[in-house]
Design a protein around this ligand. Structure first.
Ligand code: FAD
Ligand code: FES
Length: 260
């Protein structure tokens, strides 16, 4: 068990907050795609931790998480003041593989998925492209930070308040049809229906990518099976359950079993 003292915790846009924990030990080991399991200090029933992707880690031990207030845990987290200490488990999970020197990363993200892939910007020598989808312009996260890191950003919003009006998977289809000259490596994180659509598009086009599934979790360390997802397997059904906290959250898109 490690502790993380809150350095700062503030609203950044819409219902998204950024919390920075002082967690040097976790920072030293963190890889893109890892997550931390946070025991939120002021929850009255403190049994369940909440999982969050590690967005960034600095050399002085500051671990950044971007989170959306959606329920009791995240609302309680948003009220914690600097100086509060939380128990953190991490870094957990199976991280993304960094792009090879000749590969061009294409990130396909929805909402806070942009946080989960952000550390890949430090591992790409060729810049990259992020396709980012959200409900509305106010839900588009980290656009300036990705651009500052040398990534091109193309956005899609459901309500048309920024970029293409429609789904981020529309942008992915365009990229696959139009940009044929580079050696791509795909990464994706976001809501599960979006990720299954990304996996389906990649499978149909005989491409593969790495997909981070933010499935509901409980223990976070492989003990309770609350987080299982179907992966392809040599079984009569053609699939088996995999624990996304342990074998994931990052899976190869070819591994995922897509319901017909
Ligand atoms: C590996 C991983 C990484 C994550 N990274 C981030 C992150 O970087 N930023 C962020 O904002 N959130 C992230 N999440 C989701 C985050 O853990 C949940 O939003 C949080 O646990 C909700 O807690 P709560 O008590 O506020 O909400 P609850 O009261 O538990 O739930 C409120 C609503 O949110 C839904 N919900 C809860 N957990 C999830 C989930 N995992 N996926 C989809 N819907 C969910 C519930 O079904 C319910 O409708 C991640 C989840 C996982 C598994
Ligand atoms: S959350 Fe318990 S096994 Fe994955």
């Amino acid at each position: 068990m490690k502790t993380g003292e809150i350095i700062s915790n503030k609203l950044i846009q819409g219902s998204y907050f950024q919390v920075d924990f002082y967690a040097p030990e976790i920072c030293r080991a963190a890889r893109p795609g890892h997550f931390v399991h946070v025991q939120i200090a002021n929850l009255t029933h403190r049994i369940l931790r909440r999982p969050f992707s590690i967005c960034d880690c600095s050399s002085d031990g500051a671990l950044r998480v971007l989170y959306k207030c959606v329920g009791e845990g995240t609302t309680a987290l948003s009220k914690l003041q600097p100086g509060t200490v939380c128990d953190l488990m991490g870094p957990l999970g199976n991280p993304f593989l960094a792009p090879a020197a000749d590969e061009y990363p294409i990130l396909v993200n929805g909402g806070y998925g942009a946080a989960a892939t952000f550390m890949l910007t430090k591992e790409s020598s060729n810049g990259g492209l992020m396709l980012l989808g959200a409900r509305s312009a106010s839900d588009l996260l980290l656009v300036n930070e990705y651009e500052a890191a040398g990534f091109e950003v193309r956005v899609a919003t459901n309500d048309g308040t920024a970029g293409h009006q429609g789904l981020v998977t529309d942008l992915l289809q365009q990229v696959i049809q139009q940009e044929t000259t580079r050696k791509w490596r795909f990464y994706a994180c976001g809501p599960e229906p979006m990720l299954m659509a990304v996996a389906s598009i990649l499978q149909k086009n005989h491409l593969s990518g790495e997909i981070s599934l933010d499935h509901l979790m409980c223990c976070g360390v492989g003990a309770c099976f609350a987080c299982v997802v179907k992966v392809k397997a040599d079984t009569p059904e053609g699939w088996r359950y995999a624990r996304s906290c342990k074998e994931g959250p990052v899976f190869n898109s070819e591994q995922l079993y897509l319901e017909k």
